[in-house]
Each structure stands twice: as C-alpha cells, then as structure tokens.
Design a protein around this ligand. Structure first.
Ligand SMILES: [Ca+2]
Ligand SMILES: [Ca+2]
Ligand SMILES: [Ca+2]
Length: 203
C-alpha cells in the first residue's frame, strides 16, 4: 500500500469512527408547551369518562434523541394518578403508574415537575410539590419515544384512580432533545475527501 492509499484508508476510518460516535451525542433542545384548565376525572365514579385529551402540537419534524416531560397539576395526592402520554406515532406511555402493590408515596401537586429518565432521584423518593427533575418509575421510562419523529399532535390524559379527591391539569411541556447532526455533515465531508484522494488516471 503506497503512502497516498494509506492516508486515504486512515482518513476513511477516522470519519467512520467520528460519524458513529457523534450519532450518540445530543443536539439542541426544543420545548413545546400548552396551558390547560382541565379537571382530572375520577375513574371510580360510576359512568365516568376519560379526561378530555390535552393536546400539544409539535409543528416541526424532529427526531427524538431524548424526551423529558414537564407538568403542572394540582391534586392532594399525586400518587393516585395515571398519566398517559401518546405520541403522534401512537406510542402510549403510562408515565405515572398507579400501583399500590409496588410501593406508595405521599405528596400534593406537581409544580414544574420534569420527568426525566436520566434524573438521579426517582419520583417516589421526591418531596412535594416535586419541583425539579425526577426519574419515572421502573417500566414508565420515556425512552420508548426515542427515535420517533415528534411532528404532530401529542395527547395527554390523566386518570384519578382513588376516590375522595380530584385535581386539575394546568400545564404540560414536551422537552425534546434531537440528535447532533454533525455525524451526517462529517460523513458528507468524508465522502468529499475520498473523492479528492481518488487515484487519477494517467493521461
Ligand atoms: Ca433518554
Ligand atoms: Ca432525559
Ligand atoms: Ca381521587
């Protein structure tokens, strides 16, 4: 292998490595939120229907690298709630799974609460009104939305699973981090350099 071929081989390897590496880096973050004034329906009340869907529109095509979910609501015991988030692709997640068999936590209201898979403190270890970032319960991770196109209508519905108290949804936010686009740019640049170093036919 001559010097030029060796150089070309090394540069190609470098760009493949950089492109693969950068694909796992986070890019910019975009926030889409809506204010609501929606009562949370008690599931135990006879003849009750599900809460009116709270809709958040994402008008941009964004491939989700990481999704965090922010919420403001009032309720005397947020443990009672099942919060369902559904993406435009139809993926549906129960973010706040009511399950007394798997432990109970006590606390009133979610105020500027952000569910974040990467947060250190699990929601059940938080202190009311749970302001800040908390990891969802096991089995309720937001990673199910990773890789989807966020474009379209996201819906949110909440069940109150226990009698005697109710609450209201005040605001919800989708905090979307997209993939770092540098990988593609470098691939294009790598392809350009490969063309540049292509052996020329002698005239
Ligand atoms: Ca994540
Ligand atoms: Ca996250
Ligand atoms: Ca209740």
């Amino acid at each position: 292998m001559d010097a030029q071929s060796s150089l070309k081989w090394i540069i190609s390897l470098f760009f493949v490595w950089v492109s693969c590496s950068t694909a796992v880096f986070a890019g910019p973050t975009f926030i889409y939120g809506e204010d609501f004034d929606l009562p949370i329906i008690e599931k135990h009340v006879s003849g009750s229907v599900m809460m009116t869907e709270a809709i958040i529109e994402v008008p941009d095509h964004l491939t989700i690298y990481d999704l965090d979910f922010g919420i403001n609501l009032t309720h005397t015991n947020v443990f009672d709630l099942q919060i369902f988030v559904q993406s435009p692709d139809g993926t549906r997640l129960c973010l706040n799974m009511y399950d007394v068999e798997k432990g109970f936590f006590k606390g009133e209201d979610y105020v500027q609460t952000i569910f974040d898979d990467e947060a250190e403190i699990p929601i059940e270890m938080g202190t009311a009104p749970f302001t800040g970032r908390f990891r969802p319960k096991t089995g309720s991770l937001l990673e199910v939305f990773d890789g989807e196109d966020a474009y379209g209508l996201w819906s949110l519905q909440i069940y109150d699973m226990w009698y005697s108290d109710t609450g209201e949804l005040g605001r919800a936010e989708l905090i979307i981090t997209v993939c770092e686009p540098t990988g593609l740019s470098l691939l294009a640049l790598g392809a350009g350099l490969t063309v540049l170093f292509r052996p020329r036919r002698k005239q």
